[in-house]
Design a protein around this ligand. Structure first.
Ligand code: FE2
Length: 397
């Protein structure tokens, strides 16, 4: 039986497959569950190989246990003793426990969403179109998971992945969009619609040649023109080939518009942009900034938030941006911070209307040693302490 062709542009350093990956039917590139390295990718490029072959499925990177000083603690160490045994610390501990216990379900839903997106986008790039039916089920699972897990950003931001950028981006964006929709009190059917629309929104990108979408250097005028066509081609694929209803396909057409009319392709204004699109746009831009791309490094969530509320603010719905900032805080939930006394921690919850004063779980003391207790700092109670700067996730544990 013929093996499946996997385009090389879908591979990233760290990609693993459940079975061996071959260059041709006799030559193995890497064995099963062996990560593909940057060297392998360079070698493929050198030889001008654009496809590899495998019978396996991609194994998505699951967050490695980062528990300190013990096994089976999970990466939030919730079974360390509480530093202060009061109601407030117990509530914080509960948030972490909830995040910890939701990881398995989250990873499973994420993985299934990823595989479906991959299958559908890949088929569409070859001119084959699958049914929407399967998407409905995954959209329901995403909506239900997000509704039941308000601490989602903690898990979402810590989730690592080794799949192709486009599909990974689509999945992260969908979870975040539905999370924002949940803040906005969307009904369950509306959250499902938002998930469905989000999963398909970037399908037009499959018509952009990978030399353009994966380009490392600056994009030329022509490259930009090619990329800017994807909302229209996406909308055409969705309405004509996949028969997605117009109220959902429209998100694909509008997702690069801006409320001040500076977007593309139609340069429409706020009142012509659908509500689902407005939510999707926020999530899409935020995720785009915090993910690495061939031409630039990932931004810290704090820097991404700063751009969204300052230089890009006129592009979004102000009410939604305010809500996003309020719920996520300026130092977004799930991201790392250094406090004024040099302690390091992770933001686990926000304080309403106080975006610079969220609630933090301390992971390292003033000397950089890992904490042996569960300590939480609420910057609204501890007014002498403030956040000095945002730090990457790798420094938190
Ligand atoms: Fe897009």
């Amino acid at each position: 039986m013929a093996m499946r062709k996997i385009p090389v542009y879908e591979l990233v350093p760290g990609s693993k497959f459940s079975k061996s990956v071959y260059l041709d039917k006799d030559t193995v590139l890497v064995g099963s569950k062996q990560p593909i390295t940057q060297q392998d990718l360079d070698r493929l490029k050198q030889f001008g190989i654009s496809f590899v072959l495998t019978d396996g499925d991609i194994i998505l990177g699951i967050e490695e246990e980062k528990g300190s000083g013990g096994s089976g603690m999970g990466f939030f160490d919730t079974n360390l003793p509480l530093f202060q045994d009061d109601e407030y610390s117990s509530r914080c501990k509960y948030i972490l426990e909830k995040a910890n216990s939701s990881k398995v379900e989250f990873s499973a839903v994420f993985k299934d969403a990823f595989e479906l997106v991959q299958k559908t986008y890949r088929s569409a790039s070859e001119g084959r179109y699958t049914e929407i039916r399967e998407f409905r089920e995954i959209a329901e699972r995403i909506a239900d998971h997000v509704k039941g897990n308000p601490q989602l950003p903690i898990v979402l931001l810590a989730h690592s992945h080794s799949g192709y950028y486009l599909y990974t981006h689509v999945c992260f964006t969908t979870f975040l969009a539905v999370h924002i929709g949940n803040f906005l009190d969307f009904s369950r059917p509306k959250l499902i619609d938002l998930a469905l629309a989000s999963l398909f929104a970037d399908i037009g990108m499959v018509t952009v040649p990978e030399e353009v979408s994966e380009k490392k250097g600056a994009l030329s005028e022509l490259d930009l023109k090619t990329i800017k066509r994807h909302p229209v081609t996406g909308y055409q694929i969705l309405t004509q080939k996949l028969k997605l209803k117009n109220s959902l396909a429209i998100v694909s057409l509008q997702h690069h518009e801006a409320l001040d009319g500076t977007g593309y392709p139609q340069k429409i204004l706020a009142n012509q942009i659908e509500e689902l699109t407005k939510v999707f746009m926020l999530a899409d831009q935020f995720i785009a900034m915090i993910m690495p791309r061939p031409h630039r490094q990932a931004m810290l969530p704090y820097d991404a938030m700063k751009i969204m509320i300052s230089e890009n603010v006129n592009r979004y719905d102000l009410k939604m941006v305010r809500l996003f900032l309020n719920k996520f805080s300026m130092f977004p939930i799930g991201s790392g911070v250094a406090l004024s006394d040099n302690r390091i921690g992770m933001v686990i919850d926000s304080n309403k209307d106080k975006p610079l004063r969220p609630i933090i779980r301390i992971t390292k003391d003033t000397n950089g040693n890992r904490m042996k207790v569960l300590e939480f700092v609420d910057l609204m109670r501890d007014l002498n302490t403030y956040i000095q700067k945002a730090v990457p996730f790798s420094q938190v544990y």
